[in-house]
Ligand binder design. Sequence first.
Ligand SMILES: [Zn+2]
Length: 323
Amino acid sequence: MQLPLYGQKLVVASGLLLGLCLAGCSPSASNSQPQLSPNPATTTTNLDKKVKKVVLTTFTVIADMAQNVAGDKAIVESLTKPGAEIHGYEPTPSDLVRAQKADLILNNGLNLERWAQKLYNSVPNVPHVTLSEGIKPVEITEDAYKGKPNPHAWMSPQNALIYVENIRKALVNLDSANAETYNTNAKAYSQKIKEVDEKLRKSVSVVPADKRYMVSCEGAFSYVTRDYGLKEAYLWAVNSEQQATPKQLEKVIDIVKKNKIPVVFCESTVNDGAQRQVARESGARFGGVFYVDSLSPANGPAPTYLKLLELNINTLTQGLEEK
Ligand SMILES: [Zn+2]
């Protein structure tokens, strides 16, 4: 029997999901995450969706960037929720339905979304654009990911300017009628990113050179440390594991002790137990969490990309300044 096209798509989608689950379905961290409180400014109606293009992103950070460029001319939504673990995410049946209905999908690339290719295969008619295109990758130098590009390119404001330009081009290409708005918004938003870039440079410049260390759970700051003259140390390269091995613990404890680093941090989307152990055993303080792979919910401390950057700068410099 010939199924209608939509039915066929759903059959393909269910088959894909079954395949994904057979490959190893673990309970998704995102299921227990708080929902983003509806923001009246971005609440969309079905009428909006009929007249505006729908842009779906793989995670909240790039959704916020894209929303700043789109303004009120396109609807931007993130597939994963605030607080979600995004590296090993498992798309749900409703994710596939959302992807089928989108006009464009924006992703990070650099192997961040290891699940994205399967998603694209299930929605071959929906175009997707990789926002890290054009950045200079930093290679991971240890663990199972050795030799692969570090995926966290958006964490450097320098790279974020490239992301914004890629978003602008993608939106103009998708919806040329609103090109002028996208061009104007991209310019204004890039200006705000440059202001944070300047602030980050100034903040780092007042930290004594031998204290310019960023110690985190995940190796998510390789681009920030490269672009802003800091050094980094981390427990694991990518958040695929959340339990540090004794070797990983020992490595960071050694670096912290040798360099007399006063403070260590973890990220908001993982358990900070291992880093607290580093703090206890090295004599450093535990300085709190950085936001990296996800924004906070709207009422949290990092509801936008710019706030995420500022929060991280402040968390780092306050931690390094405290005696
Ligand atoms: Zn990450």
